[in-house]
Design a protein around this ligand. Structure first.
Ligand SMILES: C[S@@+](CC[C@H](N)C(=O)[O-])C[C@H]1O[C@@H](n2cnc3c(N)ncnc32)[C@H](O)[C@@H]1O
Length: 394
């Protein structure tokens, strides 16, 4: 795959092009169309490559699932619903953590995955795990005919279009004190590096100058910065140089930088990734491999795949230049800039759950690039700040 396009002359033009043209690409349009009411919904099936490849992809998440378990606060006897459980990796962990008590209902719309989870439940001796085939459209009657203490939505939220309607109904199936836990990417589609992300410009420039000729970062990044500078980097006024560097870093996000760091369907072992970054990067690589990348034509790339490309490229750039970049605890990665931070603070997930009758109990950074939102049902009463809006009936 070459994601490369003609290189605009200035950082400004480039940034505007990325921001304005992206929504016009066929994949982004298809995703937007799918979200419109009345339009036929497109179900994103990414396992054309076969069940084994999907299992391997989702198994990459196991270290992250282990990190998630303490956040879930499972207690013996709980009734747990794992919506869109896929190959069931988190359901197996949750059922095992309940030590034979309670129930874990692992749902999916794909009969092959539901059958696989059933086989696994038997093979693993997880008698409290029940896979359930559900409908892709609306809220399946299974949900409304059962009660749950915990509902997990792991990497599924972007598949649910009418979130307010959907989670208003799920809310009625929560036991008192029940929680909905969402794990996913904050809806900041803008992953660009911004000036504030760089805390040591001098160090970064010196590092770029030292980049060995012919290395990946020389080919993919430094040569382009040099060509914009039109001479040695030291000859360019700092403000202009910083802008050029940011522009080229951000251009790399949309290209196939990642292809240099794919080793089979794993990430290259040499990448300096933090413990929870590596399984996330591996998962992204495997998702992209399932989608036929690298090697796919740009025009065919779905928006969700492009987001995976950008996220993986960002992780690769961060691990290379981490010591010059800001790292805000508790996220040992670079936040996605003012726009991203704003969306993270006031994002659509929080807003939609609020409209659906929930309060946000917590929001936890789940490194890298993901968050965990914990919601509980709001006691009945008017929605604060929402004129005339009422909590949906229970
Ligand atoms: C990205 S995978 C995530 C799987 C798993 N939760 C994980 O984190 O590894 C999304 C899964 O949700 C399923 N799915 C999509 N839409 C769904 C829906 N409306 N209800 C239940 N499952 C759905 C898909 O078939 C797929 O297995």
């Amino acid at each position: 795959m070459r994601l490369r396009s003609a290189r605009p002359r200035t950082a400004f033009v480039g940034a505007v092009l990325i921001a304005t043209l992206l929504p016009l690409c066929p994949a982004a349009r298809a995703a937007a169309d799918a979200a419109k009411p009345g339009k036929k919904k497109r179900i994103f099936i990414y396992w054309k490559s076969g069940l084994q490849a999907v299992i391997r992809t989702q198994e990459a998440k196991i270290p992250r699932i282990d990190a998630l378990l303490p956040i879930l606060k499972l207690k013996k006897g709980m009734s747990v619903l794992d919506i869109g459980a896929g190959t069931g990796q988190q359901s197996y962990k949750m059922a095992a953590a309940l030590r034979g008590t309670g129930h874990v209902y692992a749902t999916d719309i794909d009969p092959q995955l539901v059958a696989y989870m059933g086989d696994q439940a038997r093979a693993r001796g997880l008698k409290n795990l029940q896979p359930v085939l559900v409908t892709a459209d609306g809220v399946d009657p299974f949900y409304t005919s059962h009660k749950f203490d915990l509902v997990l939505i792991y990497d599924l939220i972007s598949y649910i279009h009418d979130r307010v309607g959907y989670f208003s109904q799920i809310r009625r199936s929560l036991n008192p004190g029940g929680r909905v836990v969402v794990v996913g990417q904050p809806e900041a589609d803008h992953y660009a590096f911004v000036p504030e992300d760089v805390v040591d410009w001098k160090g970064l420039v010196a590092d770029l100058e030292r980049e060995p000729q012919g290395s990946v970062f020389d080919r993919e990044l430094v040569r382009q910065i040099r060509s914009m500078a039109g001479g040695p980097l030291s000859s360019v006024p700092p403000e202009e140089l910083h802008r050029d560097i940011l522009f080229q870093l951000n251009r790399c996000l949309y290209e196939d930088l990642f292809a240099n760091f794919v080793d089979g369907d794993d990430v290259a072992p040499g990448l300096k990734l933090a413990p929870l970054e590596r399984p996330y990067a591996t998962w992204l690589v495997r998702r992209l491999r399932l989608a036929g990348m690298p090697g796919r034509n740009t025009a065919e790339i779905l928006y969700i795949e492009l987001r995976d490309v950008v996220t993986l490229n960002k992780l690769i750039l961060i691990q290379r230049y981490r010591k010059y970049l800001r790292s805000d605890a508790p996220h040992p990665y670079i936040p996605s800039g003012p726009e991203g931070r704003w969306i993270t603070g006031h994002n659509a997930i929080t807003r939609d759950f609020r409209k659906a009758g929930y309060v946000q109990a917590a929001k936890i950074g789940f490194v890298p690039f993901q968050d965990v939102w914990i919601f509980s049902a709001r006691p009945q009463g008017p929605v604060s700040g929402g004129k005339g809006r009422r909590t949906p009936p229970r």
